[in-house]
Design a protein around this ligand. Structure first.
Ligand code: CP3
Length: 334
């Protein structure tokens, strides 16, 4: 929390996106027992346990709520399930169904708030609890196509063909997301992160309209109700558009993916703004001297500003546990 409040620390705090997940044997065991990923998310006691697993094993500095960005479309009335080995599915897809025909089911978000409260109650006071949501554009790409899609082509085509329809969808997602994040903060989240995983596929004009504007709207609403809760924005793939995102959305901190040169990021982002990132998850899988060098380079590049050490994207299932331990030791100077 010190870093998110804008103070540089000698050693950066560290957590990893997707730190609770299939690379952990204790996660795989609980998942097998409960059935599947969504069964874990909706079993509050299990979700609390999974959220805490990586802290128990590694002592990360923050816990991130165990849930998924797609519970928001689920609460907006789409069906949600995960196809084993493939990924998420949402139905009916909005490419051929109107948003107005869905029946909202806000009670589908309730278990998440109970998970947040349960984690908060179990967490040591020196650990931060992060809540999160997907950003409207990223969530919309799944709602429109009904699943993950190459280059988000369906959603991008629809946004050129029927811009008003997509704008209305982004507004509706932003509204639900504002209430969702406020309730996470009320339940005990110390900070929240907005994941815009597919911001990288947009043209500059669309980036302004569909990434910067909706994220700015969410941040402004949160600042009104919860002025002291930091918001981390993670516009994955934004590249050269990162500085504009950092300046114009009002986020307190910015997440940087692994394709961004950390020295460029340090030079280009507003001075003093906390930065989170940006080790390549595949460098972590491989390990060895290249991993050591990559960690070192990130630590040096961001040593002059508030920095949260993280990956540039989620940890992948074949990550060796020993490599996670090695990075923690290196970042902590041990
Ligand atoms: O960071 C965390 O640990 C918090 C929990 C979290 C999950 N998903 C758990 C999860 C967060 C923040 C997310 C975000 C998310 N979910 C995003 C944005 C960030 C990103 O990764 O780009 C997106 C696009 C999704 C949608 C989603 N969820 C996909 C495409 C998949 C399937 C891919 C995969 O890895 O299997 C998921 C499943 C998912 N969400 C898993 C986890 C731990 C894997 C679950 C499992 O199979 O056990």
């Amino acid at each position: 929390m010190t870093v998110l409040n804008g103070e540089a620390t000698e050693r950066p705090p560290i957590w990893f996106m997707r730190q609770a997940g299939r690379y952990l044997p204790e996660y795989r065991a609980l998942r097998a027992e409960k059935g599947g990923f969504l069964d874990l998310v909706y079993d509050v006691e299990a979700a609390i346990e999974v959220t805490l697993q990586p802290l128990k094993r590694f002592g990360f500095d923050a816990a991130i709520l165990f849930s998924d960005i797609l519970v928001v479309p689920y609460a907006m009335g789409q069906d949600l399930w995960f196809e084993e080995g493939e990924g998420p599915r949402l139905a009916p897809k909005l490419l051929d169904t109107l948003l107005e025909s869905l029946t909202a089911a806000p009670e589908r978000l309730e278990p998440v708030f109970r998970t947040v409260a349960g984690v908060k109650a179990a967490l040591a006071p020196d650990k931060a609890l992060l809540g999160f949501a997907g950003s409207p554009w990223t969530v919309a790409t799944y709602m429109i196509a009904g699943q993950g899609s190459r280059e988000q082509a369906e959603a991008r085509r629809l946004s050129y063909r029927e811009p008003e329809r997509v704008a209305a969808l982004l507004d509706a997602i932003a509204e639900t997301t504002i209430g969702y994040l406020r309730a996470q903060i009320d339940a005990g989240a110390d900070a929240v992160q907005l994941f815009d995983s597919w911001s990288g596929s947009l043209s500059p004009r669309q980036f302004e309209q569909m990434v910067i504007a909706p994220n700015a709207k969410i941040v402004a609403a949160l600042k009104q109700s919860h002025p002291d809760t930091p918001v981390i924005g993670f516009p994955k793939g934004a590249g050269g558009k990162l500085p504009a995102y950092a300046r114009e959305t009002g986020v307190d901190a910015v997440g940087v993916d692994e394709t961004v040169d950390p020295e460029w990021a340090h030079a280009s982002l507003p001075s003093g703004m906390p930065v989170q990132g940006n080790l390549d998850p595949l460098s972590l899988v491989t390990g060895g001297p290249q991993l050591h060098d990559a960690v070192d380079r990130i630590l040096k590049a961001f040593s002059g500003r508030p920095h949260i050490f993280n990956l540039g994207h989620g940890i992948v299932p074949d990550t060796p546990i020993a490599h996670v331990e090695a990075v923690l030791a290196q970042v902590r100077g041990r």
